[in-house]
Design a protein around this ligand. Structure first.
Ligand code: PLP
Length: 675
């Protein structure tokens, strides 16, 4: 299955013509442009040619245009230049503003550089965020108030998370009207190839660019500096780039960038704004069809046509990422994910987007090289993702639910806390233990979609929050008399769910196989349960500390050993020498439904989603000699599963390091060294 790469705001592939140009620069035109012999002169001619092209396309006029390693370097150089000039002016007794003002949605390279050089140069100016409005555009009212006291202003041309295009014309007008003498940097990284630029005709002092956001390789960038704007080199040495940026030039990168700029100039290689906008409309329509309730986090009419940022009620960015990745669609999470909690996107927070959207956003971005066929396949796969969610009962659906989900114990986690769902196919009924408000829509959707009868909602400890979640779940399922309903059914689930009191809290024991112990310490729960549990009873907690579950025996003889790891190259050999090994894919059911292919050719792979691991551990513990190899998308979930089995005493549990991503990489030998 070919990747559909929709993460171009992070980086792009390299234009084939750029690969050719870089190869030629390395194979034939390898000269040092500072050398005075013919090989050097030829290299210099190539570099001068690329600079000329860049100057024309960016409209740099008399300004400086230097090659560097990318936008982070360009930003440093711009900030250093402006701040050195400010220090000189202040030392000479001139008045300078007291603020270093930057847009609240800037790339982190901007505030971090401002803070760094402000500190190093001992300027002690005040860093201040310029707020944005709910469309993500700079608050011009606030800018008007602050600009008189601003020493340096940093705004971006277009945002990398949302694609929102800044109103640079109004900002420039404001600077002009107020006679502001602030130095102005505009981060043009996401604008290159997508917005018309004529830099010398503007008031912009500094504009950094990065090659790898537009089909050039990583490690090559450019910085524009307006004629007359202060400049201080960041790197001193051999005086390359006419002393502006020392260090022998990245000639392969410059050649590749030249090929990209030539493509940009030819007017035919890259798609027009209108064509890209049409692609975005098609992608948005497929997303809307696949993901009911989807909310887009950017105004379409004010954004680059190549970026979509969205959130889906009830689905975390991690789940959506896993799902898209399984379908071979590479998108990125708009919000950083820590171990158990999704950190909200500061860009969306600055736009005052509700918290749930800022924490669960997905960014989908394509580039001006995208074509019809790629967009059509992307739409098809996105729609398949929607079907996968429906068949997994994560979205309301008329599709037949996957049989694998009908019976057993399922862990549902959010923000480090866990609810448990017990499903019994024979009686078509279920019980919910310790519901959480954030999971109510998901649980309700699951129960409806399975057409199960909810027999009880129980809590291992009473709390206002838990009570509210219970009431909300009952309401979502049209259950009116929650108390009567509970009293009648509490003990009646399947083989019997027994409540065992432990102080103010309780454990719920299902048969003798599972004990749901809530927040109780395992030892306390075991003592309270007495004969109701045996050494192999699986203990399931309401806190998701990454350990999935434990057993009575393991809780009593705590052992912590790391599970051994296999790399993709070693897996085949391992499977040859372990004939009865079981490969267990712990990705969730919706990921399987989104992806038809098995990357382990010729090897049966068992699907046991991590959320269903507790259901299966007892069976695996019966066969302690049998090798178990856990796999998942990136290696995190399989590491948790293998570590859990080890902790429970199964010494033959392994995990595939790096996950399926590395297994695919191993089939591409030229890249395998990267693993
Ligand atoms: N500015 C913006 C808006 C970006 O998107 C990025 C890259 O993510 C950067 C700056 C940093 O660019 P580079 O990777 O070239 O250092």
């Amino acid at each position: 299955m070919k990747d559909i790469y929709l993460d171009c705001n992070a980086t792009t592939s390299v234009l084939p013509a750029a690969v050719t140009a870089a190869s030629a620069a390395m194979a034939q035109g390898y000269g040092n442009p500072s050398s005075t012999h013919a090989t050097g002169l030829q290299a210099k001619a190539m570099m001068d040619g690329v600079r000329k092209l860049a100057r024309r396309l960016l409209g740099t006029g008399e300004g400086r245009l230097m090659f560097n390693s990318g936008a982070t370097e360009g930003i440093q150089t711009a900030v250093l230049s402006a701040l050195c000039a400010l220090r000189e002016r202040r030392d000479a007794g001139q008045r300078i503003g007291s603020l270093l003002l930057y847009g609240a949605t800037e790339h982190k390279a901007v505030p971090e550089s401002l803070a760094h050089w402000n500190r190093l140069l001992g300027l002690n100016l005040t860093l201040r965020q310029l707020p944005v409005d709910t469309d993500g555009r700079h608050d011009l009212g606030a800018l008007g108030e602050l600009i008189g006291d601003t020493a340096m202003l940093c705004t971006m041309a277009a945002n990398n998370e949302t694609g929102v295009i800044s109103d640079l014309t109004s900002i420039a007008q404001l600077l002009h009207q107020r006679g502001a003498d602030a130095y102005w940097m505009v981060d043009c990284v996401q604008a290159l190839g997508k917005l018309q630029l004529n830099l010398a005709a503007t008031r912009i002092d500094y504009a950094p660019f990065s090659g790898h956001k537009l089909y050039a390789p990583k490690g090559i960038g450019m910085l524009y500096v307006r004629a007359g704007a202060p400049f201080t080199p960041l790197m001193m040495g051999g005086g390359q780039e006419t002393g502006q940026r020392s260090g022998t030039e990245n000639m392969a990168g410059i050649a590749a960038l030249g090929a990209v700029l030539a493509a940009l100039g030819d007017g035919t290689t890259f798609r027009s704004h209108a064509e890209l906008a049409q692609f975005r409309t098609r992608l948005a329509a497929s997303l809307e069809q696949a993901l009911p309730g989807i909310v887009f986090n950017m105004p379409f009419d004010l954004s680059l046509p190549t970026t979509l940022n969205f959130s889906v009620p009830g689905l975390s960015s991690k789940e959506l990422l896993d799902l898209f990745d399984a379908a071979g669609v590479r998108v990125s999470s708009g919000s950083a994910c820590s171990a158990s909690k999704a950190l909200p996107s500061y860009v969306l927070e600055a736009m005052q987007v509700p918290q749930w959207r800022a924490s669960s956003a997905i960014r989908l971005s394509f580039g001006p090289l995208s074509d019809e066929a790629m967009i059509a396949t992307a739409c098809e796969r996105i729609e398949r993702c929607g079907e996968a969610l429906r068949s997994s009962c994560l979205l309301p659906s008329a599709l037949a639910p996957l049989a694998a989900l009908r019976d057993g114990v399922t862990e549902l986690s959010v923000d480090g806390r866990t609810a448990w769902l017990l499903t019994d196919a024979a009686s078509a009924s279920c019980v919910v233990i310790d519901p959480l408000a954030a999971l109510v829509p998901r649980i309700a959707s699951f129960i409806r979609c399975q057409d199960y009868r909810l027999r009880a909602i129980v809590q291992t400890a009473t709390s206002q929050e838990g009570d509210a979640a219970r009431q909300a779940l009952a309401a979502a399922l049209d259950i009116t008399q929650l108390d009567a309903f509970d009293a009648q059914d509490r003990l009646a689930f399947g083989v019997g769910l027994r409540r065992v009191a432990c102080g103010d809290a309780a454990a719920y024991v299902l048969g003798r196989d599972f004990a749901f112990v809530g927040a109780l310490a395992p030892q306390a729960a075991i003592a309270a349960c007495g004969d109701a549990v045996h050494p192999d009873t699986v203990l399931c907690a309401s806190r998701d500390d990454g350990s999935v579950c434990t057993t009575v025996r393991a809780a009593q003889h705590e052992v912590t050993t790391g599970a051994p790891q296999l790399d993709a190259a070693g897996l085949a050999a391992f499977l040859r020498t372990h004939a009865h090994a079981m490969v267990i894919d712990v990705r969730e059911a919706y990921e399987h439904a989104a992806c038809a292919t098995n990357v382990f050719d010729g090897c049966a792979v068992h699907s046991v989603p991590l959320s269903r691991l507790a259901s299966e551990v007892a069976g695996w513990l019966q066969e302690p000699q049998r090798a178990l190899v856990f796999v998942c998308r990136s290696g995190n979930r399989s590491a948790r599963a293998a570590a859990c089995l080890h902790r429970l005493g199964h010494q033959a549990a392994w995990q595939l390091n790096g996950g399926l991503a590395m297994a695919t990489l191993a089939t591409r030998p030229s890249l395998a060294f990267a693993a």
